[in-house]
Design a protein around this ligand. Sequence first.
Ligand code: UD1
Length: 416
Amino acid sequence: MDKIVIQGGKPLFGDVQISGAKNAALPILASTLLTEGENTFHNIPDLMDIKTIKKLLKSMGVQIDGNETCKVSAEKITSCDAPYDLVKTMRASVLVLGPLVARMGVARVSLPGGCAIGARPVNLHIKALQEMGAHVELNNGYIEAKAKKLKGADIYFDIQTVTGTENVMMAATLAEGTTVLNNAAREPEVVNLANVLKGMGAKISGAGTDTIIIEGVTSLKPTEAEIIPDRIEAGTFMIAAGMTRGEINVIGCNPHHLEALINKLRDTGMKISPIKGGLKVSSGEKINSVDVKTLPYPGFPTDLQAQMMAYMSIGSGLSVISETVFENRFMHVSELLRMGADIVIQGGNAIVRGVPMLHGAQTMATDLRASASLILAALAAEGTTEISRVYHIDRGYQAIEKKFSALGADIKRMTQ
Ligand code: UD1
């Protein structure tokens, strides 16, 4: 198993190019199940999760060629099964459920089960499909859904769910009549997917607001589209500039998608200004401690909470970090403590007392964003840090050690 070894304490300088968004590419690749013919997508990131969804789609008979530019054709679907082995490695595999029921009238998708950051149920995906007329049973750990023809419905999501909104929006494109999604997720990745579906001929309005209206059509045609930049990857590099007392040009990001973070980082004293094609981000004189509360978009993203906590652990005062999206997303705390951070968890809050310096240690990645926070902590720390179980980071960050190394970091991947 690979590990990452970092010799910390080097300020990072230079340009970093942001890759395509994992969380946009995954539903967009799944959406091809709705079309016959060849779709072309640009800016697909090179990540483990993308390999997993490609493997899943291929197992269903979908033809896929290419990497960054990827041609996908679901002319014939030969299987409507998403097996446990693939779903357990990546929960987003559940995104094939809506498209399969809509096009094929049947789907058998493994229940994702728990993961390191909480229970993460898919009850809202299932309830919405039932409201659209699907017959859904849970058998032997699988969601078995059937529908001759889905019907438009007025859906209300109790909680804003990103993949839930995406799954049901995809299903509604081929339903009979109009579907209204109330309390829908507003994430930029939902908008990217809606635009792709519109390119396929779907009739969708309101994506990016909490009410999305989809008028069903009888068929969809293939399209060509671009994946938006990864705002979480961009945010991780922005925080790295502040933590290492450096200056990074984050190229290819979309500043509008990063407003909550930009606002917070400015409060910490960092300087952020627009440049051609991205943002120039540099550290301030000192690191002001700030409070952070995660919320659905446009609030502060839960996927940057761990990285922000690493940053606040070297802040000049006290910071309260409240996690409101997932109930158990503080797995990185025990690892940051091993590096000398002073953090106490009280329910959904982490109380972070800034320390002058973190110290290198042997650490273990527990989930995707937790591993990013350990890399940031290690880059700012005195001494050497080893991070094991880096397969978590390969799920969501393209060539992370190469990108940091090009900015001047002393970071190596070691294969054991
Ligand atoms: C997506 C992102 C993930 C991000 C998360 C929140 C993808 C592939 N993943 O995950 O990176 O951290 O949004 O921004 O896009 N919930 C239910 N029932 C459901 C569905 C969700 O109770 O049926 C709850 C979850 O447990 C959680 C909250 O809703 O507390 C939000 O989760 P959700 O937006 O669904 O997360 P994902 O779509 O899985």
